[in-house]
Design a protein around this ligand. Structure first.
Ligand SMILES: [Zn+2]
Length: 290
């Protein structure tokens, strides 16, 4: 999955007083684009030394560390002042073969968005300030503290015997199918969210809901909480025709276009395809066990 970058090391401990060194990574965004160096097929993160215009006075926000090297967010840069650097649309993270770069790029993107959305206090409108002891913003006037916003969302592989339910979301491009997913609503448990989303989107009742794994998904500021559930495939599938435009049961070896294993959805589908995800009521044949 996208956060699995071993042997590289990601450390999100907030080091408020970290000073920027020449070799530290610098993240600067322009909308949905990140300023990077392109060397052949490789995306290289720029370093402090690539920005002669930066000084001790330039506001820089510590983000996290990659391989013990600090990563900083810079919001104020002069346009076109960085020779050899270019803005690249964030979608590059899906195609590059450098998992550690893809991961820190999306993690930085989430923090950039959060800082941008919280420049002012939602309570009294005063400009916020960085807290010095933790990753948070504080309003100096009314003392409200703002922490990074993370939205829990469930994602569920629904199984029936040797089939998996896949659905096509109205927003997907390229005839792509994935799993049922949705945000946890106010006042509900994650298990209730699983039942509600499945009922709303495909009209099925499920049993045997079990936790699988979780995954931070910084692009939408979500924490994806993965589940496996089972349904009787004799039930009619009733799609909502809003979020979901097509859904059906699929067998191994016969799956439609679906996400890759950078997402928890892709990993669950890949595990189903390999025969590692079976409904508890299903007894695999010897061939399926191989
Ligand atoms: Zn305030």
């Amino acid at each position: 999955m996208i956060q699995d970058i071993f042997p590289h090391r990601f450390n999100n401990q907030y080091l408020a007083n970290q000073r920027m060194n020449e070799a530290d990574w610098v993240f600067h965004f322009r909308g949905n684009e990140l300023l990077v160096k392109i060397e052949g097929n490789t995306v290289v993160l720029p370093q402090r030394k690539d920005f002669p215009e930066l000084s001790e006075q330039t506001p820089a926000t510590f983000l996290f560390q990659l391989n013990e090297r600090s990563c900083f967010l810079i919001t104020n840069l002069r346009e076109n002042s960085q020779e050899g650097l270019e803005y690249k649309d964030m979608s590059f993270f899906r195609t590059i073969d450098q998992p550690e770069v893809a991961w820190v790029a999306v993690a930085a993107f989430q923090l950039k968005n959060w800082y941008a959305l919280n420049k002012f206090c939602g309570q009294c409108g005063s400009p916020t300030k960085h807290k010095t002891d933790e990753r948070a913003l504080m309003c100096p006037a009314c003392k409200t503290v703002f922490f990074p916003k993370i939205s829990p969302a469930i994602i569920v592989a629904i199984l029936s015997n040797d089939k998996i339910l896949l659905a096509r979301n109205a927003s997907f491009t390229g005839n792509r199918f994935a799993l049922i997913a949705g945000y946890v609503d106010v006042g509900e448990t994650i298990e209730q969210a699983v039942r509600r989303e499945i009922k709303e989107e495909v009209g099925l009742s499920v049993t045997n809901i079990r936790y699988y794994d979780s995954q931070p998904w910084p692009l939408s500021g979500s924490l994806m909480i993965g589940f496996i559930a089972e349904a009787d495939e004799e039930q009619p599938i009733v799609i909502d025709n809003k979020e979901i435009v097509e859904a059906g049961w699929f067998s191994r070896g016969n799956l439609p276009n679906h996400p890759n294993t950078s997402s928890i959805a892709g990993e669950l589908i890949a595990r189903f395809e390999r025969g590692e995800l079976l409904s508890q009521s299903f007894c695999p044949t010897e061939e399926q066990m191989r």
